[in-house]
Write a protein that binds this ligand. Structure first.
Ligand code: NAD
Length: 236
């Protein structure tokens, strides 16, 4: 499988470069800030694999839709406008977008959904995420996906952090973002009841899990030809 790697000079890009051949992938072109791709590279590739920036993904969407090249993207921190751009391009090409390509987090989302749908609404839910000091967006894309999965099962209103006088309101869900050092990524979902607490925690200790998950998903996604916006549930 031949891929165009968008964000190849970044932390994730370098990992993807080093692992690609283990998944039968060959990087035939690289896109970074200030560069894009033309018809020749589009013809030579099966897909664009993107771990860049929200602006990078938005630019890639335009070029890929023009050339009919499918996209697998892990870029997070998209604005509403950039999400609309993604959905618009997905009318012309298949796009797989996942805020977290770890297989463990994929299962965490399923477990959290079961818990949110099964526990009484008297259980309070909080999400705590921890990442390295250089992370640009907060809360993490993964925390927002966990929130969406919980909201699919029960009504709750999100708030971001607490300070001052702020007794907990019924039906609220607080997202807490912790930043520091070189933490790869931790997500905890807490269901706190009267006399019992249920906690789900996923800890990433190496960024390799995201690269491996993305390459695994790319192997499956190369068979998808129908335009649309796909997520990991559709593929794995
Ligand atoms: P990074 O800052 O180390 O690298 C970003 C790369 O993107 C650089 O090579 C840069 O040149 C390129 N880039 C930036 N803007 C661009 C543009 N406009 N056009 C083309 N290229 C552009 O970042 P990183 O740590 O490698 O992370 C990249 C993205 O992947 C971030 O959004 C991050 O949150 C996300 N991420 C997702 C997952 C996941 O599993 N989905 C895991 C880790 C990181």
């Amino acid at each position: 499988m031949k891929i165009l790697l968008c964000g190849s000079h970044g932390r994730m890009g370098r990992l993807l470069m080093s692992l690609a051949s283990h998944y039968g992938c060959e990087v035939v072109g690289e896109i970074n800030r200030g560069s894009n791709f033309g018809t020749e590279l589009a013809r030579a590739s099966d897909m664009c694999l993107d771990f860049s920036s929200p602006e990078g993904l938005a630019e890639l969407c335009i070029a890929a839709a023009e050339h009919g090249t499918r996209i697998v993207s892990g870029t997070t921190g998209l604005s509403d406008e950039q999400k609309r751009r993604l959905a618009l391009s997905a009318q012309n090409i298949p796009i797989l977008h996942a805020a977290n390509f770890s297989i463990g987090v994929h299962i965490l989302n399923k477990l959290v959904r079961i818990a949110a749908g099964s526990l009484p609404t008297s259980f309070d839910i909080e999400i705590i995420e921890k990442h390295h000091s250089q992370k640009k967006d907060a809360p993490s894309g993964t925390a927002m996906t966990l929130l969406k999965n919980i909201q699919a099962e029960r009504q709750c209103e999100e708030i971001f952090g607490r300070h001052g006088e702020c007794k907990r309101n019924a039906g609220e869900l607080c997202l807490h973002s912790v930043r520091g050092g070189d933490m790869v990524g931790e997500h905890e979902v807490l269901f706190a009841g009267q006399g019992e607490t249920l906690e789900f925690v996923h800890r990433a200790t190496s960024r390799e899990i995201f690269a491996r998950g993305a390459l695994l998903a790319a192997q499956k996604f190369v068979k998808i030809n129908e335009p649309g916006l796909y997520n990991l549930d559709d593929i794995l």
